[in-house]
Design a protein around this ligand. Sequence first.
Ligand code: SF4
Length: 304
Amino acid sequence: MRCRRCREPAVIEIRRHNAGFCRDCFLHHCREQVRRAIEDHEMLRPEDRVLVAVSGGKDSLALWDILLDLGYAADGLYLGLGIGDYSDASGRCARAYAAGRTARLVEVDIPADYGFGIPEGSAAARRVPCSACGLSKRHLFNAAARDGGYDVMATGHNLDDEAAVLLGNVLRWSTPYLGRQLPVLPATPGFARKVKPLIRLAEREMAAYCVLTGIDYIVEECPMAEGNRHLGYKEALNAVEDRSPGTKSAFYFGFLERAAPLFAPAASAEQAGLRDCASCGAPTTGETCAFCKLLEKATRPEGG
Ligand code: SF4
């Protein structure tokens, strides 16, 4: 197979584009896809200070790399989750990347700063680990962006992630989630603007990007991921995509174009019911936000 752009031998085939690319043209293609996503959805302004949520995995490191290459003032934020060797290794990857690019990495360590790790915290709060982890990430990323004076938070959700979340939300008809499943969430009181510049790129392409640019990322799956519903949705979508390349992209971008606006009222209704958490002041639907409840249960003395 030949590269679609320069006709040199291709190193990667992308079936949904019916195209192959050589190394340099593939890297150009990835940057172009991010540039287009940013432009189409008005994600970033040239003067924005961007905080990239960096896990040490391929998606977030590739995103940080591409944003820096595109000239954005992008710092990284690494959140230590306290998940044993997995957290140690992912932190090393994030730090090594930052050092290699002389980029700024902000670090928040949940065990050191809040006194619990995700495995014990989720058990104490009787939540599945990914639920405790997800709500902690949302809360702490948002707080770091707000406190650090950043204009926008960028996350490495790729096309596979977004299509899988969409499938899960459709299967349950979770209308407020469908109303919020957008590539850009504007800033609202207490929340920083959030953007997902990798929506035009698939997971496999991000792994290839890191391999071809020499970015060292954590390859192992998080040990707490077992039973994560989204992995099942990804497998189902991969089976469909394998038979019919382009289906994931049509599913997700068709939703954005034709269905997402229908669910906007459900998301707005939820937004209107927000008030300040009595403990930390973050926006919440209840008296206390989910993170403060988790923190209280996770750090309660035994027998307390
Ligand atoms: Fe957190 Fe679950 Fe992801 Fe592990 S798999 S990092 S516990 S959300």
